[in-house]
Ligand binder design. Structure first.
Ligand code: HSE
Length: 425
């Protein structure tokens, strides 16, 4: 029997899901043996639905009517944001409906509450589209890699940031030159600070960390740095050193704790992640038996995201009558490691007056904090320009780097705060 689908929110993603449900149901049935049929669409602006042939489909401007519709067994929440999305999801689950959502912010903030509600109601809450758009990374972690211990996940999970960083590198543009064009691409959140300050990536990082390690991760414990401090200079110096700068979500298990952080990161140019250009997303997973696996695709956009939503709906339709899976399994209680305990290599760009003794002072401060220098260079600048000293460290403790840089930045010869970027290890 075909499963009836209701779509709340007919914006970009919702519109794509409606198109896919109207156009490709035969393909879905052919590929999966599961029948799915669009039964109800709810949007505050029903006039926006005039573009679709919704013959036989109930249209309303009231999501609660859709949730109560007996012909709807799967509710797609595609309005995003915290409220009223959460209210609709909880109401749908309480009414015994399975839910599919792309709402990364809500999952990251209310995962335990939503999981408890799904388990209590005995329904599925699926969210393949919430992380990496069309990339099947949730399925990969929950299913394909389910026999593995996952050691580490590195994700480029924000198309807006990756687009900005790629264009800065390829066209020698400053961050501010390309920001508006990135927003015009149509992938940015409202407001775009969620993208460029790293919070959208943090939501996705929190979801991946919870899934990979079956533990509750408080979003506040995910360390977040965005890309607003990255200047063309840093992109060019990184390139000279053989690296690309990417905004990475990293989650790893270390000594019984997990790391969950979002940071601009120097990625070696020969690494697969460095090949991810423009608005594309990718996830690199290291696990004990599968070893390294890599997942790539479009992280946003109408059709790719709709494709991911439909994969969840098809899975629910295929599994009718089978035991339902909880969205998250909080079977462990792992602490999130403080960022200060991170050990890695660091790129540091110092902006200084060009005086005798500056480099000596900087090196001795780094040395006192136990930070060993792997390489260091300064290009000749014309008169009146500050000098940039670029330092790559050997492995060092984050708290030591922070303390050393704070001390260096108090020196009168420093004319701008030092820019520190972590290196992928
Ligand atoms: N704002 C996000 C991005 C949309 O730029 O990738 C997809 O989650």
């Amino acid at each position: 029997m075909a499963v009836g689908v209701g779509v709340i929110g007919a914006g970009t993603v919702g519109g794509g899901v409606i198109e896919l449900l109207l156009g490709n149901t035969d393909q879905i049935a052919d590929n999966t043996g599961a029948g799915v049929v669009l039964k109800h669409v709810a949007d505050l602006n029903t006039a926006a639905l005039a573009d679709y042939d919704l013959t036989g489909v109930t249209v309303s401007n009231d999501a609660m009517k859709l949730i109560e519709d007996p012909e709807v067994q799967v509710v797609c929440e595609l309005i995003g944001g915290e409220q009223p999305a959460k209210k609709f999801i909880l109401a749908a689950m309480a009414a015994g409906k399975h839910v599919v959502t792309a709402n990364k912010m809500l999952l990251a903030k209310a995962g335990p509450e939503l999981t408890a509600a799904a388990v209590a109601a005995g329904v599925e809450l699926r969210f393949e589209a919430a992380v990496g758009g069309t990339i099947p990374i949730i399925k990969a972690i929950r299913e394909s890699l389910s026999a593995n211990h996952i050691h580490a996940v590195y994700g480029i999970l924000n198309g807006t940031c990756n687009y900005i960083l790629t264009r800065m590198q390829e066209e020698e543009l400053e961050f501010s030159d390309v920001l508006q064009q990135a927003i015009d691409m149509g992938f940015a959140e409202t407001p775009p600070d969620l993208d460029i300050e790293g919070h959208d990536t943090a939501h996705k990082c929190q979801i991946l960390a919870s899934l990979c390690y079956n533990t509750q991760v408080d979003l506040e414990q995910v360390y977040v740095e965005g890309i607003t401090k990255i200047r063309l200079l840093d992109v060019e110096y990184a390139d000279e050193l053989g690296y690309d700068i990417k905004l990475l979500a990293t989650t790893r298990k270390i000594d019984g704790e997990i790391e969950a952080r979002v940071t601009p990161t120097l990625v070696p140019q020969e690494h697969l992640l460095a090949s991810v250009r423009r608005e594309f997303n990718a996830v690199y997973v290291e696990s004990d038996f599968a070893d390294s696996t890599f997942y790539y695709g479009r992280g946003a956009g109408k059709k790719p995201t709709a494709s991911a939503v439909l994969s969840d709906i098809a899975d629910i339709a295929r599994a009718q009558g089978a035991a339902v899976q909880p969205p998250f399994r909080y079977t462990h209680q792992l602490d999130v490691r403080a960022i200060g305990l991170h050990r890695g290599r660091y790129y540091m760009r110092l902006t200084t007056q060009d005086h005798p003794g500056v480099l000596g002072k900087v090196c001795s401060t780094l040395g006192r904090h136990g930070i060993s220098i792997a390489s260091c260079f300064q290009h000749e600048e014309s008169d009146n320009n500050p000098a940039h000293i670029v330092i790559m460290s050997h492995y060092a403790l984050e708290s030591s780097v922070v303390a050393a840089v704070e001390e260096i930045d108090r020196e009168t010869f420093i004319t701008e705060p030092t820019n520190v970027v972590r290196v992928l290890d």
